[in-house]
Write a protein that binds this ligand. Structure first.
Ligand SMILES: Cc1ncc(C[n+]2csc(CCOP(=O)(O)OP(=O)(O)O)c2C)c(N)n1
Length: 268
């Protein structure tokens, strides 16, 4: 199957602003699915609300466009009902870690098999550029005209501490790496978290004078460093952030345990 066979062209043109990184994530995700040779009837994409969550509308697999912050809860229901299906959940940083933060930590704790993609543009894009839990401290937003005083979550540390068994980070600049990571995440037997740094030139870039899409992606290019290759001091001094696979381990998977309990007719 060609990549374009996974696109719902009837919903084009898409809603994303020019320069938005979310389209690059859509492209990379479709390429990962196509390279894995997955049957579109075996994939369910579940999303909440946001520019990022719109991604599901454009993909010709089974899709559920649900409530802001609740995509992982709906996805959990789908996985428990039909454990043989591949579940992919694209979310914004607000969707995943503000209103959806509770669902996120518990999905990670349970290690339920699905791929959670956090499209981190550091802002609430769809509603006009409010700050999110992934907006870096001191940055400007429509709701932080003097700069935010909230420290940001580190998605990787949060996911690892909550119990995710696959955790990775990449950016919209690093497309081949993003495709490789998404392929591994989709194949992972457990809760897989992929944070993709994405650019929002319309709000985050403009509010913080970061330039347009090219400058924002150049920042990703110049400040991303492979995980484990720099000391903490080097990371801080160079304003660098790590990319790659941080966690990849096996632990009992939730929908499998649930199914075997149902077959047994109760808990042991
Ligand atoms: C329960 C609920 N609260 C608030 C909203 C309004 N709302 C829609 S999208 C959104 C934030 C989107 O930001 P993010 O999840 O970071 O995704 P982005 O648009 O940046 O991709 C908010 C607050 C909503 N739709 N439903």
């Amino acid at each position: 199957m060609a990549v374009t066979d996974f696109l719902r062209t009837r919903f084009m043109p898409h809603i994303w602003c020019s320069g938005c990184g979310h389209g690059i994530i859509l492209n990379s995700l479709l390429r990962a699915i196509e390279k894995l040779g997955l049957n579109k009837n075996n994939i369910v994409m579940v999303s909440g609300i946001g520019c990022s969550s719109r991604l599901t509308n454009y993909v010709d697999v089974h899709t559920l466009h649900t409530l802001h912050g609740r995509a992982l809860a709906f996805a959990t229901g789908v996985k428990l009902g039909r454990p043989e299906l591949k579940i992919i959940v694209p979310m914004g940083d607000g969707d995943a870690l503000a209103i959806g933060g509770n669902h996120f930590i518990h999905a990670a704790r349970r290690n339920i098999e699905m791929t959670a993609i956090i499209m981190n543009n550091h802002t609430y894009g769809m509603t006009g550029g409010q700050f999110s839990p992934l907006t870096d401290c001191g940055m400007y937003a429509t709701t932080a005209p003097y700069g935010t005083i909230d420290p940001a979550f580190d998605t990787v540390s949060l996911a690892r501490a909550a119990g995710a068994t696959f955790v990775a980070r990449t950016t919209t600049y690093h497309v081949p790496q993003m495709i490789t990571i998404l392929k591994a995440a989709i194949q992972h037997k457990g809760f897989a978290v992929v944070e993709v740094m994405s650019q929002c030139p319309t709000y985050y870039g403009r509010k913080n004078r970061l330039g347009g899409a090219v400058e924002m992606m150049s920042f990703f290019k110049d400040h991303a460093t492979a995980v484990g290759t720099k000391t903490r001091e080097e990371l801080e001094q160079g304003q660098l952030f790590e990319t790659g696979v941080f966690v990849q381990e096996q632990r009992s998977e939730y929908s499998e345990q649930y199914r075997s309990m149902a077959v047994r007719g109760g808990a042991q």
